[in-house]
Ligand binder design. Structure first.
Ligand code: NI
Length: 234
């Protein structure tokens, strides 16, 4: 897969940024989110440096930042490639989370302690303060697992954690692209309040809604994203 023409991205972004790293990060992010750079495209550093008119050091730094946002992946032999973010994969993970997380929560909720609630509060506060999407995914996972931890079903919890981790790249992407944080945090607070009140029915509905909201936002975004004729195409 060849690198597409990036001249328009360069012309749009170069004047807006002070440092080469900021410029490259913004231009590539826009290219990936708009679909100009499709999933699987190799990002060879010499080719990219020439196309963007920058040296390799800021390029490498920008690629690391994009990796933290789940927009770029590093493969041992192929180097950096554009991450494949597909609506089908997101929907698949989401279906599994829908099946597992309310079940884990229902089993865990009667056994949650004041210390569990305090930890969940702390994790919400940490997420409020966090700006790094990579850390955000990890905090989100810990928050959810704190609420499920007393289910007493180690296999169920292992599967749940595995699929929360699989959802992580989509969450990081959402935090970076969709300004998802405020909404997600409001849902986390409502979920925790229902758990504290011992209201299993509401809590399970909250967690199902939280998973569904995230998927809906992502599917809508990926669906509207440009193909050659899409709204943000070119
Ligand atoms: Ni969450």
């Amino acid at each position: 897969m060849a690198l597409p023409d990036l001249s328009r991205l360069v012309a749009e972004h170069r004047p807006r940024f002070r440092t080469a790293t900021e410029f490259v990060e913004a231009a590539l992010r826009q290219g990936i989110l708009s679909g100009t750079l499709v999933g699987g495209t190799p990002l060879r550093q010499d080719e990219l440096a020439a196309a963007l008119g920058v040296s390799r050091m800021p390029l490498r730094e920008a690629l690391r930042q994009l990796e933290a946002k789940a927009l770029v992946e590093f493969h041992p032999h192929r180097g950096a490639v554009v991450a494949s973010i597909t609506a089908d994969d997101a929907a698949d993970i989401s279906a599994i989370r829908h099946a597992l997380e309310p079940a884990a929560l229902a089993l865990s909720l009667p056994h949650l302690t004041a210390a569990d609630f305090a930890l969940a509060d702390e994790l919400i506060a940490d997420m409020d303060a966090e700006t790094d999407p990579g850390r955000m995914g990890e905090l989100n996972r810990r928050f959810h697992m704190t609420l499920y931890a007393r289910a007493g079903r180690p296999r169920l919890l292992a599967l749940t954690e595995q699929h929360l981790a699989a959802a992580d790249r989509y969450l990081r992407f959402q935090f970076a692209a969709l300004e998802y944080q405020t909404r997600s945090q409001a849902e986390h607070r409502a979920l925790l309040a229902a758990c504290r009140a011992g209201d299993a029915e509401t809590a399970c509905a909250q967690v199902a809604g939280h998973i569904g909201q995230a998927e809906g936002l992502l599917t809508a975004f990926l669906g509207s994203r440009s193909g050659p004729s899409g709204p943000e195409g070119g």
